[in-house]
Design a protein around this ligand. Structure first.
Ligand SMILES: *[C@@H]1O[C@H](CO)[C@@H](O)[C@H](O)[C@H]1NC(C)=O
Ligand SMILES: *[C@@H]1O[C@H](CO)[C@@H](O)[C@H](O)[C@H]1NC(C)=O
Ligand SMILES: *[C@@H]1O[C@H](CO)[C@@H](O)[C@H](O)[C@H]1NC(C)=O
Ligand SMILES: *[C@@H]1O[C@H](CO)[C@@H](O)[C@H](O)[C@H]1NC(C)=O
Ligand SMILES: *[C@@H]1O[C@H](CO)[C@@H](O)[C@H](O)[C@H]1NC(C)=O
Ligand SMILES: *[C@@H]1O[C@H](CO)[C@@H](O)[C@H](O)[C@H]1NC(C)=O
Length: 272
């Protein structure tokens, strides 16, 4: 073989490998993550993306504010895999009562959207990656497992029993510690850092299972800055109302932001 053909050969080999691999996508993941979301924080995030957004909180009681987000097969250290295989979605096999129940625990935050869209999205994006797990083999199993876990892990009650109630801020360790005390395993958390108010809001609690759906310690090593809840001793806000948007805080808020602006101008003038 002539030496100048060597790079070409390597290239062809590389393309062939990529092609072969693509033909039979290997889907690797380590744990199943069951994620619940605190809707008051999620509504805040949703409204921050567009102030015209309306949240679907209607008649919910506070203890119903922890909602299923999804069941996610996850490779530790990453988010995903996602969209592993084309899968269908229909909820025809759930009767009215079943759908109603599902609606209560797995609600779409967007008042203009339907929860069915959320179930479909979660099933197609995440459920398509864990079909090999018997208890998640199709959309009915997938949604039913979400319901079962939501009943098993009632976060509002679990936290309340340990004195962690909405409407206050807590060291992160108090929140995770309260859950560990009840379920016996570590959970992972996701927060939302609100730049305007410099507040870390508790957003999601992630409970992990192995491939046998046995509860395990959860350490997903999330490193996304915006989702990070910080260290064990960092303070995390567990809101009891949807936080006001920073420009909505009324006359006092406007006065305060004016004073803040005024002071920052003075300070920058003094130090320049
Ligand atoms: C495709 O993946 C499956 C499951 O991992 C494996 O059993 C099968 O042998 C693979 N086929 C090819 C052609 O690599
Ligand atoms: C916010 O949403 C409204 C209605 O859905 C839309 O008309 C508007 O363009 C959106 N604004 C931004 C900044 O995305
Ligand atoms: C999707 O559903 C339709 C109608 O229910 C069915 O005909 C089709 O075979 C399904 N496709 C897959 C990939 O399951
Ligand atoms: C409705 O919700 C689904 C799932 O979250 C999303 O993919 C879709 O874009 C939403 N549709 C609209 C019109 O916002
Ligand atoms: C956090 O937990 C510590 C130790 O149990 C306790 O002393 C402290 O009062 C808790 N903080 C809050 C805000 O509940
Ligand atoms: C799941 O259970 C089977 C049979 O009980 C066992 O062989 C296997 O090691 C278990 N897998 C995990 C990940 O625990």
């Amino acid at each position: 073989m002539k030496m100048q053909h060597f790079p070409l050969l390597v290239f062809v080999l590389f393309i062939t490998l990529v092609y072969l691999n693509g033909g039979n996508r290997t889907i690797e993941w380590d744990v199943i993550v069951f994620t619940q979301q605190w809707v008051l924080t999620y509504c805040h995030i949703f409204r921050l993306t567009n102030e015209t957004h309306k949240c679907n909180l209607q008649t919910l009681l506070p203890e119903q504010y922890w909602k299923v987000h999804g069941i996610w097969p996850t490779k530790v250290g990453t988010m995903g895999p996602n969209d592993c295989k084309y899968v269908n979605f229909t909820i025809d096999r759930f009767n009215r009562e079943g759908r109603h129940y599902l609606e209560k625990m797995w609600t779409h935050i967007d008042a203009k959207n339907t929860s069915e869209q959320l179930w479909k999205n979660e099933w197609m994006k995440h459920g398509s990656c864990s079909l090999e797990i018997e208890q998640l083999q199709d959309q009915y199993y997938y949604l039913a497992q979400g319901m079962a876990w939501w009943r098993d892990f009632q976060l509002y009650r679990i936290l309340e029993e340990q004195g962690v109630l909405p409407g206050a801020e807590y060291p992160l360790g108090n929140i995770t510690g309260a859950i560990k005390k009840t379920i016996g395993k570590e959970v992972d958390t996701r927060c939302y850092y609100d730049e305007h108010t410099k507040t870390v809001f508790l957003n999601e609690i992630l409970i992990c299972f192995d491939k046998n759906l046995t509860l395990i310690n959860c350490d997903l090593m999330q490193k996304k800055k915006k989702l990070d809840c910080g260290k064990e001793w960092d303070m995390v806000t567990y809101p009891d109302v949807v936080p006001q948007l920073y420009y909505e805080s009324g006359a006092t808020g406007k006065l305060l932001s004016f004073v803040h602006l005024f002071l920052s101008v003075i300070v920058s003038w003094l130090f320049n």
